[in-house]
Design a protein around this ligand. Sequence first.
Ligand SMILES: NC(=O)c1ccc[n+]([C@@H]2O[C@H](COP(=O)([O-])OP(=O)(O)OC[C@H]3O[C@@H](n4cnc5c(N)ncnc54)[C@H](O)[C@@H]3O)[C@@H](O)[C@H]2O)c1
Ligand SMILES: CC(C)[C@H](C(=O)O)[C@@H](O)C(=O)O
Ligand SMILES: [Mg+2]
Length: 375
Amino acid sequence: MQRGQEAQNDSGRIVLLPGDGIGPEVAAEAVQCLRLLSDAYDLGLVFEEHDFGGAAIDAHGVPLPETTLAACRGADAILLGAVGGPKWDDSAERPEAGLLKLRAALGLFANLRPARVMHGLEELSPLKSHIARGADILVVRELTGGLYFGEKVIRDDAASDLCHYSRTEIERIAHVAFCAARERRCRVTSVDKANVLATSKLWRKIVIEVSSAYPDVALDHLYVDAAAMALVTRPTQFDVILTENLFGDILSDEMSVIGGSIGLLGSSSTGDRGPALFEPIHGSAPDIAGLDRANPGGAIASAAMMLQSLGFAAQAEMLDRALERTIGEGCRTADLGGGIGCSAFGSRVREILRSDLVRHEASLQLIQMNRGCCG
Ligand SMILES: NC(=O)c1ccc[n+]([C@@H]2O[C@H](COP(=O)([O-])OP(=O)(O)OC[C@H]3O[C@@H](n4cnc5c(N)ncnc54)[C@H](O)[C@@H]3O)[C@@H](O)[C@H]2O)c1
Ligand SMILES: CC(C)[C@H](C(=O)O)[C@@H](O)C(=O)O
Ligand SMILES: [Mg+2]
């Protein structure tokens, strides 16, 4: 669709949850990219901002106010910055509890965290470049079960967290991983601790059962300790990593640095029903909050994943390419050893998008002229 036309679509009601720390900084850059693409292609995206996390504790006394939850339920997609920070570390309400409550309330059991070493950027990896080169991994993390959501007991002298997984919970996330692998390199590595944990024994048994429906996808298993090592010794041998909630949290942070920085990774969280949530995998980074030093790459990558899920695949690809080109041309935030600020990085991504739009329009005009010439 051409620039300047009236918005025709109403499929893009985006609830924006900037959150805390660097959350609002990185989310703002992603939203500006989305607005630019929405205006240019008449995507009809409309944004509605709501309090969430620590900001919501300050304003409403709870991290997930009813109004925020209701808005999320009614949205087509949710874009989140990050939550948390030392300000709320000792408060009765924790920002992170709001995030867990939101994931549970929306049934967002499948968390997809893609990471790759961008072509030509191997030198950003802390790994030796020949080890990192070509790494391209998707972590499929179960997001609404396990230790995070089991019964918790805290007494003065002891505490416990129950780890629970049901057959249904394992089956549905395994299907997500096998389906995702079919779109990639047809390999799933299931990560568990089946040599010790009951939940992992069940996990492995059910993953093997589910795998029989995907004979074209190779399956192997790793214990989580060995997986943590293999991620840094042979990252290119992974395609899809399927794992439970806590292991996925830890391994995805580890995986993120293979490509240079945690600041670069986006994610999607989806369920069977309702809107999906998109967020960078990093936290609120209190050490750099308010300093314009955050890398907005993960938030922008999340915005691209959101566009894809809303059916705007071409625009998602444009945004991904603009992000990759921004980094490729040496525009680097401090986490990548550069001196570019968060907002300048975002501006550069948008400059590249604008020049792509101009090129796109020029080639459309050329096609129309040629059609005119040829009758
Ligand atoms: N999804 C979320 O909202 C989320 C995720 C993780 C942590 N948290 C919360 O965030 C708070 C801080 O947690 P943490 O310090 O353990 O983890 P963190 O991810 O916030 O920060 C870890 C390190 O990575 C750096 N970093 C993170 N994101 C960056 C970015 N975009 N650009 C440049 N550098 C970046 C930080 O400066 C810090 O040195 C805690 O309250 C935690 O619970 C929230
Ligand atoms: C903030 C915290 C609850 C969250 C998690 O552990 O899931 C975060 O670390 C993440 O990776 O999204
Ligand atoms: Mg985490």
